[in-house]
Write a protein that binds this ligand. Sequence first.
Ligand code: SAH
Ligand code: SF4
Ligand code: F3S
Length: 480
Amino acid sequence: MGKLSKYQAPSLKEARKRINKDTKHIYYELDKEYIGLGNGKTYLLKTYGCQGNLADSEKISGLLEAMGYTKATDDSESDVIIFNTCAIRENAENRVFGELGRIKSLKKARPGMIMALCGCMAQEEGIVEEIKKKYHQVDIVFGTHNIHMLPSYIASIYKRPSRIIDVYSFEGDIIENVPQIHDHPKKAWVNIMYGCDEFCTYCIVPYTRGKERSRLPKDIIDEVKDLIDKGYVEVTLLGQNVNAYGKDFLEKGYTFSNLLEDLALTGIKRIRFTTSHPRDLDDETIAVMGKYPNIMPHLHLPVQSGSNKILKKMNRKYTKEEYLEKVEKLRQSVPGISLTTDIIVAFPGETEEDFEATLDLVRKARFEGAYTFIYSPREGTPAATYENTLTPDEKKARLLKLNDLINEGFYEGNKRFEGEVVNVLVDGTSDKDPNMLTGYTPHEKVVNFPGSKDLIGKFVNVKIKKAYSWHLRGEIVENN
Ligand code: SAH
Ligand code: SF4
Ligand code: F3S
């Protein structure tokens, strides 16, 4: 253990730089020498954070299964355990440290077990220092830019056990063709871009994920066509700011609205995309959303705050009024659209009046759901140096008050479907009742209804009998 010199450690300062506009596209192929290394062995993957991490985990599974590993059902019997981590808030990180502590004993019982940590926490120098010092059970730390190198790290440990810390804080390439095993048989995540150049002052993502870089349209369209051939019916396009798609191309002209239209024309049954940035969401995209019925009438449009002063301090580059104008355009182009959002409360300097402005915006925008958070300072970001005078109790009180309002909107958004017939893609059986099926509507509402398991993976029409706060309940009226 311990020889670190040949490996790289992360640097938040390096990760902030944006110099190189050109992106390298690397077409990956798994080296034959790694195939079979995992035969007869199992792996367990624990994923935290956003859909970007879920998609990355599917690639990690793809790589490991190509090496011969199979999925373990229990951590005590697995040969490789990987934590794909999130750094967005302090509590996300604390959860991972708790888990690392908990599984320390497993390693004692199974000394050959390999424990790896990757994802956004691996991109933070403070975290990696802490792992080096205190978490000796972790054998491999690798970052968000070098997932495809995992087979080589494992092979190296099998040859000669040693600790590997290999994290790049550079702007980032695009690695195509990494094998991916989709968790869902009918729905797939499709990355359309990586990284983020927005630098909202509270956010760690531009540091942990590198520069904004778009996949080539052909690579994305071919992937979606291939998914259709394999029987997938829904794709969710992923990027931290999908509306910036194509802005990094040296030859300008092809933007997110063009991509969305080209993908709608592939004929895939359902298209969703996340996340949209209110400033970059353009009229062309709003128009395309209204034109194609296979683009789902739901949009997650994080607003973060309703106070113009706070939005400015957050570097969000739009005002409350501009945001509401976009909402209006969306409602005109996509009648009945359901809107959801993200909101941060208790950002440094947020007064009672600023908070009231957020509540006012929530009422006006008529959100049908939101992820709400108490601001969490992230080391290395500008906002971490801003003074915050609110007490923990004041912060919590604001969150609770906001959540009450959001929950009202959630219920109202569900209630409008009572008596309606909605189209549901059946995901599986309900966790609470195995006789009930569950799935999502175009507006991304959860519907529970009685039905046979044969319908899993199919579309059914369901008449909504009753709306609850978090879901709808109905009965199948006809299959299609
Ligand atoms: N790219 C997306 C999502 C980023 S992370 C976007 O632009 O919205 C998801 C959400 O986490 C953000 O929308 C924000 O609401 C929240 N978030 C990010 N950094 C945070 C921080 N330091 N403290 C609290 N919440 C944060
Ligand atoms: Fe973070 Fe802002 Fe980028 Fe979203 S747009 S990932 S909040 S910096
Ligand atoms: Fe978390 Fe990284 Fe996603 S910080 S939210 S896993 S981009």
